[in-house]
Design a protein around this ligand. Structure first.
Ligand code: IMP
Ligand code: MG
Length: 187
């Protein structure tokens, strides 16, 4: 769908972050991270599934030596409310002892997932753990969590696209927006 005004793109009520705005921001974030880590070899840890477009674009904006690894956690029961229950579905492949770890998240909402992951990874004695999130839904925060790199502040609405899903769908949209009400109400 060339301009995404038909098909699944038509199910958005509003676009909050365009493809162009996202691309520009991700480039900027990657360059900042490279500067901060200088000659340290950062281990980028993507939190699946939501991180995949962001992670892919972010590492390609980082002209440096780095490693990538992934974790998969479940935090939402498939709806639009944070359950507060975090379960590790797939753990890291790498040993992170002594490593500089950067968690890559699509969005920090209640903060429960990120906070759980931070505690969990810290028990493995990394040199450092920081968080990088494309979106920060500050207003929805239940658990305070330090987010070092933020792409955009996000209004307190349920958003989809660029990795973010509603019941598994819309992750493949190149932009991020808010779904029309009828999409939630029609099963
Ligand atoms: P938290 O634990 O409430 O911070 O939520 C973290 C996870 O919930 C994110 O990694 C997303 O997968 C999901 N999430 C939170 N807000 C949204 C949203 O607005 N749209 C889609 N997924 C979301
Ligand atoms: Mg996620």
């Amino acid at each position: 769908m060339k301009d995404w005004q038909e098909g699944i793109g038509a199910e958005l009520r509003e676009i909050l972050f365009t493809r162009e705005a996202i691309q520009a921001k991700v480039l900027e974030m990657g360059e900042e991270i490279v500067r901060d880590y200088a000659e340290r070899r950062v281990l980028m840890v993507g939190i699946l599934n939501g991180c995949f477009p962001f992670m892919a674009d972010l590492v390609r904006s980082m002209n440096t030596y780095l490693d990538v690894d992934f974790m998969s956690v479940s935090s939402y029961g498939g709806g639009t409310q944070s359950s507060g229950v975090v379960r590790i579905l797939k753990d890291l492949n790498e040993n992170i002892t002594g490593r500089d770890v950067l968690l890559v998240e699509d969005i920090i909402d209640s903060g429960l997932t990120a906070s759980y992951l931070l505690d969990n990874l810290n028990t493995r004695h990394p040199a450092s753990v920081e968080i990088c999130a494309l979106l920060d839904k500050r207003e929805a925060r239940v658990e305070e969590v330090p987010v070092k790199y933020v792409g955009f502040d996000c209004p307190n609405e349920f958003v989809v696209g660029y990795g973010l899903d509603f019941q598994g769908l819309y992750r493949n949209l190149p932009h991020i927006g808010v779904l029309k009400k009828e999409v939630y109400t029609d099963p």
